[in-house]
Write a protein of this length. Structure first.
Length: 308
């Protein structure tokens, strides 16, 4: 079945994203992923409101020498767009989907690359499967609660807490995804890239995941997902022996420099780069430098050095 069966026009993204679509069945829902190339696996986990399209340049480049895997969270990208009665849209479900994919593909000794919500989803899997992680690449994300006394930005607070206002704006106005294409990058995106990022979120029923992701941000005990974040935060140190690359766009109004410093504090041996000319969409702002640093990192940390 092609992506057009979802009511998504492939012309909106296929020129920039020419990868074969694959699907994993999750209780009758189709979980989309791409699996390109051969060699050591590099697994990429996106956030909200992006999709695997965000990693397209890395997939195209690395798949010449590596096996590259990138999935779309349920309700995002080319995955199915369920309603609330079919899917809970909570962190536990996201982690379960990702774990099922990793097990389905029987991936071992992976390089895990995470961005935005992909950080918490990917790290929840990683701390539970430390033996399967060979390298980690972190980009503008979190694997812990907001550092210090930091609060989430007011824009996210409104969407998270004021459902009567936020729901129609996000579902019918596509507020979250449309705002992101202007606020997340430091440089103006081309029309074709904007079209590609927005393509899966082309009608109200296709935008539910972008709303639920924000509403599911765990901050206090009792929130769905709070215990998962707490567990990940407490177990992050178990990944300390694994080579890590931290790539960060300075101009990020959510995952700002405080988050970057917290990653560096927790992983003092990590290789880190803070880009003054990039924002939250690091891979859109400085793709060539990002790819070069990722390739150098992979070459500089062969599996044999840290896996027996």
């Amino acid at each position: 079945m092609t992506a057009s069966a979802h009511g998504i026009d492939p012309a909106a993204y296929r020129d920039l994203y020419p990868f074969r679509s694959r699907f994993l069945d999750r209780s009758g829902l189709r979980y989309h992923y791409v699996d390109q190339g051969m060699g050591e696996p590099v697994v990429m986990v996106h956030g909200n409101p992006t999709w695997s399209f965000f990693f397209r340049r890395l997939i195209a480049d690395l798949s010449t020498t590596h096996r590259t895997v990138a999935s779309d969270h349920m309700g995002c990208g080319l995955s199915d767009k369920p309603t609330d009665d079919r899917y809970a849209f909570q962190l536990a479900d996201r982690v379960a989907d990702f774990t099922a994919l990793m097990d389905h593909l029987q991936l071992e000794r992976v390089t895990l690359m995470v961005h935005d919500w992909g950080g918490m989803i990917g790290m929840a899997w990683a701390v539970a499967h430390v033996h399967r992680v060979a390298r980690i690449i972190v980009t503008n994300t979190a694997g812990f609660f907001p550092p210090g006394r930091k609060r989430i930005p007011w824009r996210l607070w409104v969407i998270r807490n004021l459902a009567a206002l936020a729901t129609p704006a996000v579902l019918y106005g596509n507020l979250f995804a449309r705002a992101a294409i202007h606020m997340a990058p430091y440089r103006r995106l081309s029309a074709s890239v904007r079209q590609g990022l927005l393509a899966p979120y082309n009608c109200p029923r296709h935008r539910l995941a972008t709303l639920r992701f924000v509403q599911d941000i765990p901050l206090v005990p009792g929130d769905a997902g709070f215990d998962i974040v707490d567990r990940v935060q407490r177990r992050l140190h178990t990944l300390g022996h694994i080579p890590m690359l931290i790539l960060w766009g300075r101009h990020d109004f959510v995952f700002d420099v405080d988050y970057y410093r917290e990653w560096c504090r927790r992983f003092p041996s990590a290789e880190s780069h803070l880009f003054d000319d990039a924002g939250h969409y690091l891979l859109e702002d400085v793709p060539d430098r990002t790819i070069r640093l990722v390739r150098d990192f992979l070459a500089g940390h062969p599996f044999s050095r840290h896996h027996r």
